[in-house]
Design a protein around this ligand. Structure first.
Ligand code: FA5
Ligand code: MG
Length: 502
């Protein structure tokens, strides 16, 4: 479990939706402003406002939940959402193909991209119409379009290789922020990265003067390994700019107004996607580019799952980029599409999104938000523990990269990546011989967990014990195969990460 979020800081519970103890209760609906379409949408789901434990004002009783025609708003909304003719117009941009390998694995001293990561580039799950990532993306576009027709311009094809300047500097990420570290971000060279968030495009799109936009794309992070973290995933960025007359009409200050609009928009989105009974909570957060900042969590499979970060945009960003930005106010959010799709379609493991297995893919269809994933197999996990004295080279992310790294033994044959279309030829892989570039376990690695750590009182050396869980989504693994993988992991960690195995 990471102590801090990647771009945000450690979280503090906000008052909204926080229970008296134990599990916080679901959120309550914010005070509605009649002028805001998002407020109408947010109240349409009739989400049960949390009981006495919530301190947020609730309007579920004061909001009518219907439009002037008398038709229930929810019915109207869902009709609109299913009308493809009214779907958001997506910015016509060429689909970002994988760049040539030599442009991403450059040999530059700062380069830390692996072939495993490169093999994911150009796959663009968010552009494959029947893929669950694309299905949920489209549902969210439709929601925003239905609420504010034409306001949000959508961008699906912005290239994931971006300057460090736009990924970090333009969104005020401090020079010494952890997310800039090569332990956390993939560098092509010292000035160029694989975007680690879609916020990398905020400033450039603000400069074009769009008052609202949604950007979807693949993002890349060196990260821990478990069922909800993957080194490549898909984010959607949303930005909405307001003018003074809007907050004046609402009788609110600019920041207060933007915060209220933001939460209403996102609560409405959650209820539109998941229905009224979904359990959600707001958590206070920190991001360098927003203030105040929040994260939204959804209760899923017995745990709170963080699905998005958001906040009121730092004024400096608007001032520096938006035409006449100093008189404006904006909100921004960045959501994880895999996480939302896991909740919506009941998908238990993030690795499944990359499966080329027909038994997975055929369960989803464009426009079908009702599909629930049916497990076609449940193979037993296999646990391997490994203890070692750590070295200066050792970090948990380095271990995860080494363990998962490139193709999984036995998973590469045939079309494991084929159907989802990773544009890597087998011949490109054959000359690779370095375990850090190649990796070992691929998607057979389900989880890497630190289960024990102690510092020797005399030598002050620290020993860690990690448990690696291996499991295939598609077949049974043999003992011999796992033992061979684990032997290679042990060789890799002692050789590459210079740790002393115990
Ligand atoms: C960000 O990336 C911010 N750029 C979000 C933002 C945008 C905040 C605009 C404010 C304004 P964070 O690092 O928390 O924040 O990631 C956002 C979401 O991406 C998370 O909530 C989660 O849903 C998803 N996510 C993060 N890491 C992973 C991962 N390794 N695998 C899958 N999903 C992930
Ligand atoms: Mg976060």
């Amino acid at each position: 479990m990471r102590a801090t979020t990647f771009l945000g800081s450690r979280r503090v519970m906000s008052a909204i939706g926080q229970g008296m103890g134990g599990r916080p209760s679901a959120w309550s609906i914010q005070q509605a402003a009649p002028a805001s379409p998002f407020h109408a949408a947010a109240s349409s789901g009739g989400c049960s406002s949390s009981s006495s434990s919530s301190t947020a004002p609730s309007t579920s009783s004061s909001s009518s939940g219907s439009l002037p025609s008398g038709r229930p708003l929810r019915a109207r909304l869902s009709r609109r959402l299913s009308t493809s003719a009214r779907a958001a117009a997506v910015e016509a941009a060429p689909v970002p193909a994988a760049p040539p390998r030599s442009e991403v694995l450059t040999g530059d001293p700062a380069n830390n991209v692996t072939d495993y990561i490169y093999s994911k580039m150009g796959t663009n799950l968010h552009l494959q119409p029947d893929h669950p990532i694309c299905v949920i993306k489209q549902a969210i576009y439709n929601y925003f379009q239905a609420n504010q027709p034409g306001l949000f311009k959508t961008f699906d094809g912005l290239h994931p290789v971006v300057s460090a300047h736009s990924n970090f500097d333009e969104v005020l990420v401090p020079k010494d922020h952890v997310s800039r570290s090569p332990n956390d971000t993939y560098y092509v060279n010292a000035d160029t990265v694989l975007r680690c968030h879609t916020s990398a495009h905020q400033a450039e799109l603000l400069r074009l003067g769009h008052p609202g936009f949604l950007v979807t794309g693949d993002v890349y992070r060196r990260d821990s390994i478990d069922a909800t973290h993957y080194p490549v995933f898909h984010q959607m960025e949303g930005v909405r700019v307001f003018s003074p007359d809007e907050w004046t009409a609402a009788g609110l200050g600019p920041t207060e107004f933007a915060e209220r609009e933001l939460k209403a928009a996102l609560e409405g989105m959650a209820r539109t996607l998941f229905g009224a009974n979904i359990e959600c909570r707001w958590v206070d957060a920190y991001f360098p580019f927003t203030n105040p900042s929040f994260e939204l969590e959804i209760f899923f499979n017995g745990k709170w799952l963080e699905v998005l970060g958001c906040g009121v945009m730092e004024q400096v960003i608007l001032d520096a980029n938006y035409p006449d930005g100093s008189g404006k106010k904006a909100w921004a959010f960045g959501l994880g599409l895999e996480r939302l799709a896991m909740v919506l379609f009941d998908i238990p493991d993030i690795r499944l999104f990359w499966s080329g297995d027909e038994r997975f893919l055929r369960q989803f269809k464009a426009g079908d938000l009702k599909a629930k994933f049916k497990s076609y197999s449940k193979f037993p996990p296999c646990y391997k523990d490994m203890a070692f004295w750590v070295s200066p080279e050792f970090t948990e992310n380095n271990l995860c990269e080494l363990v998962r790294g490139e193709r999984g033994a036995g998973e590469w044959e045939g079309t494991h990546y084929g159907r989802v279309g990773a544009l890597v030829k087998e011949s490109d892989m054959l000359h690779l011989d370095d375990d850090v570039r190649m990796g070992i376990g691929g998607d057979l690695v389900e989880e890497v967990t630190l289960i024990d750590s102690f510092t020797h009182p005399k030598t002050q050396r620290t020993s860690n014990c990690f448990r690696i869980t291996y499991r295939s989504m598609e077949r049974s693994l043999t003992d011999d195969e796992i033992n061979a993988l684990q032997d290679r992991v042990r060789e890799g960690v002692s050789g590459e990460l210079k740790v002393e195995l115990r």
